[in-house]
Design a protein around this ligand. Structure first.
Ligand SMILES: Cc1cc2nc3c(=O)[nH]c(=O)nc-3n(C[C@H](O)[C@H](O)[C@H](O)COP(=O)(O)OP(=O)(O)OC[C@H]3O[C@@H](n4cnc5c(N)ncnc54)[C@H](O)[C@@H]3O)c2cc1C
Ligand SMILES: *[C@@H]1O[C@H](CO)[C@@H](O)[C@H](O)[C@H]1NC(C)=O
Ligand SMILES: CC(=O)N[C@H]1CO[C@H](CO)[C@@H](O)[C@@H]1O
Ligand SMILES: CC(=O)N[C@H]1CO[C@H](CO)[C@@H](O)[C@@H]1O
Length: 644
């Protein structure tokens, strides 16, 4: 992903002494604009409470006044957490405390600007997490950015709005024996959060199938590059059907532009920007605390019945410890890595593992942290014949600096979008690795196990980006590029989240076991083969520099054997940033952590609501389901309070 190195830009400006020359290059208007941008970059937000003494009481409480009491305490103001906070506090009788470890995401220009999110990866706003060495991927450890800010990963993601396929949720419903999760019933929560903004360039999208009144704006306001348009046509030319929208009655297979969580001002839509609006924050019964990291859930044990009664939290490891009490519920929304972490720190998890770290067991629940699954992605790199990419995002010359400033002016001053308004993942195709039209039996005789949720669902997604990158956007190539990517939507390989110590300030260990199951690599191989074919198909060939034969790009990769490509897959496989299923919703006798109302087994008044509850990972991008499950749980919780 793009990596705008501002520090480097300043150094360059200094070195080249263009600070004065920039005036000539841009005119005074442009320079004023640059200053405006800088001011915007350092803007501060004040709506949230960071003095924790105002939301809780010091622990230990000996002799001190009783902790503050709320009805519901939500741990984690991320993708799901902000939805719950806003929806539950709609009811004036519910007093809500939202605890968020980070700060505001909407206050960060790198989050608001669609193309600049990777710039946040090396900052304090992102948890610096690395996976365990991946045995089936050359023993590499992998960078796993997780947002630490309001909005959570919806404030740093690639903004691709696709939700998985209807059959994914039907599968959840059958598994749980609960009809409320079928697409027919649960599907309305996607419509509830959506506010589709029709776009004149996309008249074939059926707006009536999309929500119109929700807080999350979706549409086509991102910039689309020529290669992404050509990708769609090339996909059609290899036999992938065009679909005007991935929401069609026949399922989500096909190729199209992908909708984005970007509004008409070309700014990112996160759960914070959409749900924690001024009006919502003005509610007296909603308190949002920032820089408040939950360290432990507090329990009460009355005659063997355990219930969650509050949360302990702190600014930092050496800062004072506070606690707040909940009359009704604690809902953990800390994401697929930290939700199981908090449960384990609190004494809920695999008993032997907790004891190993000296944590007293409150309730033994063996599957907390288990079933960790993530979408593994493989990137292919191509040299752009027209040398038209935005590789000047990492400027290397005066002319690059000029182009970058021009892009800034275009985006921030003229409001015409341009290169900074790309979300990188502009077009996508959803396919099946057993589709005989794409993978004829004569060339692909092996029958691979079907891991999809149904015949209308994909196990591979292909997508394009207008620029090739390595190391999560930190490294660009020295030539103009574009990239093609494939990821496995339904991997069979799973792993786990484990404690490193009993300290809440130690990042847990994560191991997704990428490609542990050979069928996962075999399916990715089919995807890579197809992408290499697409790269050599009209009209994408118009962008392919056929003269370019350097081995670190993929112009010759179609000539490689299966063994060589498998080797490449193991060398290149990376996270698509979609970890899930570590507090799995499953029946109690089928390795469940939460029931179909997201209640933690064995403990009263404790729920989990985020990507960690997915029984199986959805066959698509994961943020949509996080919004939708939180919308659903809000209704369920409100209803349960009314029947008390
Ligand atoms: C780089 C990247 C690109 C992605 N691209 C896409 C995409 O294009 N489309 C898509 O649909 N999905 C995408 N995803 C995935 C998607 O964004 C995530 O699956 C989803 O946002 C996860 O939501 P969540 O509610 O489970 O957790 P999160 O959104 O991660 O929320 C967890 C929150 O809890 C807070 N927290 C954690 N621990 C504590 C604690 N102890 N106390 C208090 N607060 C705590 C965190 O700070 C965070 O705010 C991407 C993700 C990333 C990282
Ligand atoms: C994209 O294509 C159009 C014509 O189809 C052309 O005018 C334009 O210059 C191209 N853009 C880039 C960045 O190459
Ligand atoms: C196949 C599919 O995704 N169809 C859905 C499109 O969106 C509407 C509204 O959310 C749903 O009712 C359809 O089921
Ligand atoms: C319990 C509580 O504090 N309820 C308040 C929620 O907010 C509304 C107004 O926004 C008040 O009227 C309630 O008293």
């Amino acid at each position: 992903m793009a990596f705008l190195d501002l520090a480097r830009l300043y150094t360059l400006l200094e070195k080249l002494k263009v600070t004065s020359r920039a005036h000539v290059l841009l005119g005074s208007g442009g320079l004023a604009a640059f200053v405006l941008v800088l001011r915007y970059l350092f803007a501060k937000d004040t709506k949230y409470i960071s003095n924790l003494a105002k939301v809780g009481r010091l622990t230990p409480p000996a002799g001190s006044p009783d902790p503050e009491k709320y009805d519901v305490i939500i741990v984690g103001g991320g993708t799901s957490g902000c939805v719950l906070a806003a929806r539950l506090s709609e009811d004036p009788n519910i007093r809500v405390l939202l605890l968020e470890a980070g700060q505001s995401g909407t206050a960060l220009t790198f989050s608001r600007t669609p193309s600049l999110f990777a710039r946040l990866f090396p900052t304090k706003h992102v948890l610096q997490l690395r996976s365990e060495p991946q045995a089936a991927a050359k023993g590499r450890t992998q960078f796993w950015p997780r947002a630490k800010m309001l909005g959570g990963c919806s404030a740093i993601n690639a903004q691709m709005a696709h939700y998985g396929s209807p059959e994914d949720f039907d599968e959840w419903a059958v598994f749980m024996g609960d009809d409320s999760w079928t697409w027919k019933n649960f599907g309305r929560y996607f419509t509830k959060f959506e506010n589709y903004q029709p776009h004149p360039d996309y008249p074939l999208v059926d707006a009536s199938a999309r929500g119109a009144d929700g807080p999350i704006k979706i549409g086509y306001f991102n910039t689309v590059t020529n290669t992404s348009k050509a990708f769609i046509k090339a996909c059609v030319n290899v036999g992938i059907p065009f679909t005007p929208d991935f929401n069609v009655s026949t399922g989500t297979l096909g190729v199209s532009r992908i909708m984005t969580y970007i509004d008409e001002k070309r700014q990112r839509v996160s759960s914070e920007s959409a749900y924690l609006t001024k009006d919502v924050l003005a509610r007296k019964n909603l308190t949002v605390a920032i820089n408040a990291q939950a360290t432990r859930v507090l329990f009460e044990d009355i005659n063997g019945e355990k219930r969650a009664v509050g949360v302990e939290f702190a600014h930092s490891s050496n800062g004072p410890q506070y606690s707040a009490l909940s009359r009704k519920e604690v809902i953990i929304c800390a994401g697929a890595v930290q939700s199981p972490h908090i449960l384990m720190l609190s004494g809920v998890g695999p008993a032997a593992h907790l004891k190993e770290h000296g944590i007293p067991v409150v309730h033994s629940l063996p599957d907390v942290g288990k079933h960790l699954v993530d979408h593994p992605v493989v990137d292919l790199y191509f040299k752009d014949k027209h040398d038209s990419s935005s590789k000047y995002f990492q400027p290397n010359s005066v002319s690059d600096v000029y182009k970058l400033l021009r892009a800034f002016v275009q985006y921030f001053v003229l409001n015409t979008g341009g290169p900074l308004a790309t979300n990188f993942g502009e077009s996508a195709a959803f396919i099946r690795s057993d589709d005989p039209a794409l993978f004829p039996k004569s060339e692909y005789p092996e029958t691979l196990p079907d891991s999809t949720s149904g015949p209308g669902s994909p196990d591979l997604e292909l997508f394009t980006t207008p620029l090739a990158y390595k190391e999560h956007g930190k490294v660009f190539f020295d030539v103009h590029t574009y990239a093609l990517h494939v990821y496995l939507t339904r991997p069979r390989s799973t792993g786990e989240v484990l404690l490193r110590s009993s300290s809440p300030w130690d990042i847990p260990s994560v191991n997704p076991n990428y490609l542990k199951e050979p069928e996962d690599a075999a399916k990715l191989l089919r995807g890579v083969r197809l992408l290499l074919k697409i790269a050599q198909t009209e009209p994408l060939t118009e962008y392919l520099d056929q003269e370019f034969k350097r081995g670190d790009l993929d112009h010759q990769s179609h000539l490689k054997s299966d063994e060589e490509l498998l080797e490449m897959i193991r060398e290149r496989v990376e996270t698509l940033y979609h970890p899930a299923s570590t507090c799995r919703m499953a029946p109690a006798d089928k390795e469940g952590v939460v029931d179909s109302q997201l209640r933690v087994y064995g403990i009263k008044n404790l729920r989990v609501c985020d990507a960690s509850i997915f029984p199986w990972i959805v066959s698509g991008h994961t943020a949509g389901a996080c919004f939708a499950i939180a919308e659903k749980l809000s209704d369920d919780v409100k209803a349960s309070f009314h029947t008390l």
